[in-house]
Design a protein around this ligand. Sequence first.
Ligand SMILES: Cc1cc2nc3c(=O)[nH]c(=O)nc-3n(C[C@H](O)[C@H](O)[C@H](O)COP(=O)(O)OP(=O)(O)OC[C@H]3O[C@@H](n4cnc5c(N)ncnc54)[C@H](O)[C@@H]3O)c2cc1C
Length: 317
Amino acid sequence: MKVTEHIEQANGKTLFSFEIVPPQKGQNIQELYNNIDPLMEFKPPFIDVTTSREEHIYIQKGALLDRKITRMRPGTVGICASLKYKYNVDAIPHVLCGGFTKEETEYVLVDCHYLGLDNVMALRGDAMKHEKYFKPTAGGHQYASELVTQINNLNNGKYLHEIIETPYNSNFCIGVAGYPEKHLESPSLESDLRRLKEKVDAGADYVVTQMFFDNKRYFDFVEKARNIGITVPIIPGIKPVAIKRHLQILPQVFKLDLPETLIHEVEKCKNNKEVRQVGVEWAIQQSKELVAAGVPVVHFYSMGKSDNIKEIASKVF
Ligand SMILES: Cc1cc2nc3c(=O)[nH]c(=O)nc-3n(C[C@H](O)[C@H](O)[C@H](O)COP(=O)(O)OP(=O)(O)OC[C@H]3O[C@@H](n4cnc5c(N)ncnc54)[C@H](O)[C@@H]3O)c2cc1C
């Protein structure tokens, strides 16, 4: 079922969902299931599965280093299929511009269509690890809006090369990313919102936000989005702080602000076990306020381990 249909059917009740990251290449999938199992009692209608783009690795060959390109966390679409059939849940693959040609993207989308995946999340992806700025892959897309257009074209039976006489239309519900504190490369929140509107105009059906730690950021963002005519559901993304280093890592990587009170609480902690508990309490307060405000879904970034998400969900849902 589509995310938008789940939201409609919920009739105003806030839903619980989360995002998982595929295991590293060579790891057993069982650990992933062990982390998902405890969350299923909260009946997520859908689970997102991230995609990691390719990266360079260097292998020692005698005195030389041999550079190879690899994907360290493959298997997004396969995991989606396995979640769908194992848990009877809608699983949403993240589809990236970075690292994929349009042809490869079409191939992935056709797989998703055959597997009965009804939703896809369309993202640009970040720069490669050794690069400062995002460079589009040769034959790929530069912006997520172009990827949305490609998916929307498929929904209208328009494949890349118009050689099919009676093409079958896919029917994907398309999600895109939104940034309550603006995307790090964007010159302003207003400019970023206009870009978000372009994604919606190209066919996106819903938005999932980047993490934020002050709900006011989300509420202001939604208001500004509505004011420029973005009418689709805007799902808040929540990440519980889990380690002390998050105080530096999160602002550095995502260019977002942490509230003073949260910083003080984390700084007072003697170890990361205490930080994890502060993160849980903070996320519970955030989630309760979002639910009270009637958001359609609270979407959690689980980053592998689910014990903290379970504790939050048990207090909120
Ligand atoms: C919910 C969520 C899930 C994510 N999942 C993943 C994942 O699975 N894998 C992964 O690698 N990354 C993921 N990301 C990170 C995402 O790939 C990065 O934030 C990336 O840098 C931007 O992606 P986007 O889709 O928002 O890009 P875009 O919407 O293309 O925007 C990127 C930047 O370009 C600007 N822009 C857009 N269009 C134009 C234009 N026409 N001209 C000039 N500027 C423009 C925007 O303002 C923005 O600054 C996720 C992010 C979120 C919020």
